[in-house]
Ligand binder design. Sequence first.
Ligand code: NGS
Length: 286
Amino acid sequence: HLEKSYEPRDNSCTIAIYSNNNNNNNNYNNNDKSELWYPEENDRQDPVVMARRLGILPGGQWKPLNCHPLFNVAIILPYRNRKQQLDIFMNYIHPFLQQQNLDYRIFVIEQSPLTEFNRAKLFNVGFKEATKINDFHCFIFQDIDLIPQNPNNIYACTKMPRHMSSSVNTFRYNLPYTGLFGGAISLTRKQFEKVNGFSNIFYGWGGEDDDFYRRLQSRGFKIMRFGPNIAQYYMLTHKKEPPSNSRFANLENAAKRYDSDGLNNLEYTVLDHQLRPLYSWILADV
Ligand code: NGS
């Protein structure tokens, strides 16, 4: 069900499927941790050294050179004030994406201080800015505290929007509720545009992902998930944010805002940007 970004050719890259999946058995096997990665909180490398070693171009871009990639992906990461987690994430994600033979680029969208964090709006900003740079076919919107553990969890798009992180260690690898669409998700550019992106009004913690799920439903999208053995993530530990007071009120009138609140009324200022060794950094006032 993968949506290819490029026409397949004779020398198209293959997608490696790893051994713990070869038995065609999608039943979750709690004991089979053979291919799973467990991040260490000290796993960090010098970014310049890492970029050189892995052949990553400035701004966190890479594509395979020995075969023709099939997938062209922008990874959008909202960010503020979590330097250590960002380092750990970069340390794991580049080798992970390279194993999958993707043509990818990583964007870190940092929110300027003073206003409350607005995860959803930062995703919209990342989408807009990435789209200016390149004709990305597929977008991954994800939090930096989530490390994908199974190399088969491909960072590409599917025919329907995909919830990628349905199996997280902090939920004992169970999905807490069917409508959860937070953590890590993938959508094609077209799918994202069709729902007018995320709502811009969710300042503070919670609800923005639920709103987005309803947007998808209202536009007739069914979401998909890979099996729980593939969709496994390890969440880096941090203090829980207090939930926002406005989130339920915002959700209540969600349906009225789908067409007027999102990509089409997005306002922000880019205060600064840099091509850092492992990612493109954008500082935005939202
Ligand atoms: C719901 C939140 C979502 C959030 C989910 C999981 O209650 O935004 O919990 O959160 N919805 C509202 O607050 C309305 S988690 O346990 O992963 O921190 O994504």
